[in-house]
Design a protein around this ligand. Structure first.
Ligand code: AMP
Length: 284
């Protein structure tokens, strides 16, 4: 499929399903996004191109994953710039549905994210993962991709999407892209543009704290968590939400007798902006 003229833009879910149904003998990769595309998203598209013949990028600010008082209305919507970015990136199809098309009436049947959905991110954002998994489930059903690409930046989302795909018997393979960072190592995010100047300077503290946990890992889990918390407490602009070391296989917090690969996950607010990040670490 040629991409020099930019991606085919499809807005209607039935037409999207139809378009895919008429593509014979080619594999399809889906990259779900909420738009306001940055280099992190583009790295997912690159991985998608390496994983399948046709790349579909969805751009949809999904209302059901935002809680009351969150930034659904203010979330950046930059469709023209996004479509230009997709043209340069060589995406084949942009799926850009309206909220009305994805939710013709309020859903009665939704995806239940299970217990992990109410921990960490889900504790602060109670309906978030039900909304996120429901829309990913819809997107997979509409596009029927062979592969779907997600960013490790949203580690708990990756865990839950993989669990949903397993439990719902989807035939889609989940590919995970590494976290892309700015030059000061802040994980790229569409929400970073909300940060004021001082907050933007302070925001990489979360990543520094998670890395500190990794450096202190040889001294045990308590030492690693305390070291990371110390870094966060020293930054007056940071308000730590959670910082936990989890077993990547089940997302349970690890105990002090844990040995093996783990994931330090954290969230903090800088002003009104919530930042999340994670770092792999190992307990020998
Ligand atoms: P969003 O538009 O924020 O919903 O993100 C769409 C996808 O891009 C998700 O799978 C995110 O995990 C991924 N993503 C967002 N930021 C980054 C980043 N800095 N590096 C890699 N992937 C990212």
């Amino acid at each position: 499929m040629t991409t020099t003229a930019g991606p085919i833009v499809v807005r209607d879910p039935a037409k999207m399903a139809d378009t895919i149904a008429h593509i014979d003998g080619k594999t399809v990769a889906l990259v779900p996004t909420m738009g306001a595309l940055h280099a992190g998203h583009l790295s997912l598209i690159e991985l998608a191109k390496q994983s399948a013949d046709i790349v579909v990028v969805s751009i949809f600010v999904n209302p059901t994953q935002f809680g009351a008082g969150e930034d659904y209305e203010e979330y950046p919507r930059t469709e023209a710039a996004d479509l230009a970015a997709l043209t340069s990136a060589g995406a084949d199809i942009a799926f850009v549905p309206s909220a009305k098309a994805m939710y013709p009436q309020p859903d009665e049947v939704t995806v239940n994210p299970g217990p992990v959905g109410s921990w960490y991110e889900g504790k602060t954002r109670p309906r978030h993962f039900a909304g996120a998994l429901t829309v990913v489930n819809k997107l997979i059903n509409i596009v029927r991709p062979d592969v779907a690409v997600f960013g490790q930046k949203d580690a708990q989302q990756v865990y839950l999407v993989k669990t949903m795909v397993r439990d719902m018997h989807h035939r889609t393979r989940i590919v995970v892209a590494p976290i892309l960072r700015d030059t000061d190592e802040l994980a790229m995010s569409s929400r970073n543009k909300y940060l004021g100047r001082d907050e933007r300077q302070a925001a990489p503290t979360l990543y520094r704290a998670l890395r500190e946990a990794s450096e202190f890992a040889p001294l045990g889990i308590d030492a690693a968590v305390r070291a990371a918390q110390g870094i966060m407490m020293a930054e007056s602009l940071a308000k730590l939400d959670y910082l936990v070391i989890v077993d990547p296989d089940n997302f349970q917090p690890v105990g002090d007798d844990y040995h093996g690969e783990a994931l330090a996950i954290g969230a903090a607010t800088f002003g009104d902006t919530r930042i999340i990040d994670n770092v792999s670490l190992s307990f020998p």
